[in-house]
Design a protein around this ligand. Structure first.
Ligand code: SF4
Length: 170
């Protein structure tokens, strides 16, 4: 049996419980201890960021067995959302109070699907990431929302995403 170590970032002023105390008690006691530490550190404040999800493309070159997001081209209306559709979604979300646009997308679908490569080519983009950058800038410029791109890790541009950062607020 392997040893279990419980470590927590315990705030100043809170006596940290020992691992034995935590693991020896009931679930109810463990939850009460978690509540106590949370209340000392954060109080009862809850924050959230109203956001809209923008599925720029649901195609993906990968085949992760657990994935519930990616679809093949035959199951989507088009390989990518058009820029007009992206902006329409972002504008309506901004009117509804959202100030963050979360772009979701698969990884480099153009590597796997000719339809994706053809769509990008016709739209004048060299890659999904290039299109993502344009769409994110357009949303930022048109709506003031903060674009948050979520490409698969290995699809990130080598130059980083600084071009997608939200404008500085005065
Ligand atoms: S990389 Fe992401 S979108 Fe692509 S198949 Fe895997 S989990 Fe799905």
């Amino acid at each position: 049996m392997s040893e279990v170590t419980v470590s927590a970032d315990v705030p100043t002023g809170v006596t940290p419980p020992s691992d034995a105390d935590l693991l020896g008690g009931s679930l109810r006691e463990l939850m009460a201890e978690a509540r106590r530490i949370r209340d000392v550190r954060y109080g009862r404040r809850v924050t959230f960021s109203p956001k809209v999800f923008i599925p720029l493309t649901m195609l993906c070159r990968d085949r992760c067995g657990y994935c519930t997001f990616a679809k093949p081209p035959s199951r989507v209306a088009a390989p990518y959302l058009s820029l007009e559709d992206v902006l329409d979604l972002a504008r309506r979300a901004a009117l509804a109070g959202c100030h963050e646009a979360l772009f979701t997308l698969g990884e480099r679908p153009e590597d796997r699907y000719p339809a994706a490569a053809a769509w990008l080519d016709e739209a004048g983009h060299g890659s999904t990431i290039e299109y993502l950058a344009e769409a994110a800038r357009a949303v930022r410029d048109e709506t003031g929302s903060s674009p948050t791109p979520m490409p698969a890790p290995s699809a990130k541009p080598s130059s980083g995403c600084s071009a997608l950062s939200p404008p500085a607020r005065g």
